[in-house]
Design a protein around this ligand. Structure first.
Ligand SMILES: Cc1cc2nc3c(=O)[nH]c(=O)nc-3n(C[C@H](O)[C@H](O)[C@H](O)COP(=O)(O)OP(=O)(O)OC[C@H]3O[C@@H](n4cnc5c(N)ncnc54)[C@H](O)[C@@H]3O)c2cc1C
Length: 294
C-alpha cells in the first residue's frame, strides 16, 4: 500500500478479452488489503500510471494529509469498479481500448503479475427514495457502471437502459433481476464523438411518476442530456446523476480550457464557500465554457 488513505498497489491477476473493444482486468493481491467499496454501484477510482517517458510511479509524499506526486506527475485515469469481491478484495475492471492514451496503452500490454497503483473509490449513483423507475444511459465507457447498476437492482424494479456501442459485437452481457427494458444503439463512429444518445434519449417515452436518470458517457452528450432533464423537463438536481466520462481530442480541449481555467476555478470556490447547490454552480461554469466554445 502506497498511502493508507488513498492509494493502493494492486497485482494484475487475470486479463481477458471480453469482445472486440473491451478487455477485463482483474486486480487483487496483498497491496489491496483494506480497500473498501464506496457503496455506490457506479463507483470509480483512478489508475495512477507513469508520467510520459517514465516507467515507474514514485510513491507520493503526504502533505497536509493529502498524497502529492512529484513532477513529472503520473497520469491518472478514471475507471469503474465493475465488481468487487470484498473477500480479498478482488476488483474487476472493464476497459474500452481506444486509439491512444496512457490507460489504453497500459491495458493493451498488461500481463498477469504486473502491478499498478490505484486510488480509493468514489461514486454518485443514488436514486431519490421516491423514484418509481430509473433510466440508465451509457456509451461504452459508462457500460461497466451501467452493467453493475443493473445487476444490483432489486427484483421488479422498473428500469430502462439506453446503451450505445459501435456495434452488436461490442456489447457486454447484462444481468438484472429488475423489470428491465434495454435499448441498444449501434453507432460505428463513436470514437470521434458521433454518438446518438442525445436524440435517442429525447425520443424515449418516459414512464409516468417520479423517476431517476443516471448517465456515464461522452462529455458533450452528457451535457445535452443533463440540459434536457434539468432545463427542458425541469427535473430537480436530486433526480439525476449525469457524468461526462471522456471527450474526443482531450489534448486540444485542455489547451483551450487553460484560457478559462482560473475563471472556472473561481466559480467553484465561490459556490463552495456560499454552500451553493453543486448543480447551480455547474450551470454557472457551463455558461463560461459554452461562451468560449468549450
Ligand atoms: C468516473 C469515470 C469512470 C470511467 N469508467 C470507465 C470504465 O470503466 N471503462 C472505460 O473504458 N472507460 C471509463 N472511463 C473513461 C476513461 O477514463 C477515459 O476514456 C480515459 O480518457 C481513457 O484514458 P486513456 O489514457 O486511455 O486516454 P487519454 O490519454 O485520456 O486520451 C487520449 C486520447 O484519446 C481520446 N479518448 C479518451 N477516451 C476515449 C474513448 N473512450 N474513445 C475515444 N477516444 C477517447 C482523448 O480525447 C485523447 O485524444 C471512465 C471515466 C470516468 C470519468
Amino acid at each position: 500500500m502506497v498511502d493508507a488513505e488513498q492509494y493502493y498497489t494492486a497485482d494484475v491477476m487475470r486479463v481477458t478479452d471480453l469482445n472486440s473493444i473491451f478487455r477485463r482486468v482483474v486486480l487483487g493481491g496483498p497491496g489491496l488489503a483494506g480497500y473498501s467499496s464506496s457503496g455506490h454501484a457506479d463507483e470509480w477510482f483512478r489508475f495512477v500510471l507513469p508520467a510520459e517517458g517514465r516507467t515507474e510511479v514514485p510513491p507520493p509524499k503526504i502533505v497536509d494529509g493529502h498524497a502529492v506526486f512529484d513532477e513529472p506527475r503520473p497520469r491518472q485515469r478514471y475507471y469503474t469498479i465493475r465488481a468487487i469481491d470484498p473477500d480479498g478484495p478482488v476488483i474487476t475492471v472493464d476497459v474500452m481500448l481506444h486509439g491512444h492514451g496512457a490507460a489504453s496503452e497500459w491495458v493493451r500490454a498488461v500481463q498477469p503479475g504486473d502491478q499498478v497503483i490505484m486510488s480509493q473509490s468514489w461514486g454518485r449513483y443514488g436514486p431519490a427514495p421516491d423514484a418509481d423507475w430509473e433510466l440508465i444511459i451509457a456509451d461504452p465507457t459508462g457500460l461497466p457502471a451501467a452493467g453493475r447498476i443493473l445487476a444490483e437492482l432489486p427484483a421488479g424494479r422498473r428500469a430502462i437502459a439506453l446503451l450505445e456501442t459501435p456495434g452488436p459485437e461490442a456489447r457486454l452481457e447484462l444481468e438484472s433481476a429488475a423489470d428491465l427494458t434495454v435499448h441498444w444503439l449501434d453507432s460505428p463512429d463513436l470514437e470521434s464523438g458521433a454518438g446518438r444518445l442525445v436524440e435517442a434519449t429525447r425520443d424515449l417515452e418516459l414512464p409516468s411518476g417520479p423517476g431517476y436518470v443516471w448517465m456515464g458517457g461522452e462529455q458533450a452528450a452528457s451535457r445535452d442530456i443533463r440540459k434536457y432533464f434539468r432545463k427542458e423537463l425541469g427535473w430537480p438536481s436530486g433526480r439525476y446523476d449525469i457524468v461526462g466520462y471522456w471527450r474526443p481530442d482531450s489534448e486540444g480541449y485542455l489547451k483551450r480550457y487553460a484560457t478559462v481555467q482560473d475563471q472556472v476555478a473561481e466559480i467553484y470556490q465561490r459556490g463552495t464557500a456560499a454552500g451553493q447547490d453543486q448543480e447551480d454552480t455547474l450551470d454557472e461554469a457551463l455558461k463560461v465554457l459554452e461562451a468560449n466554445n468549450l
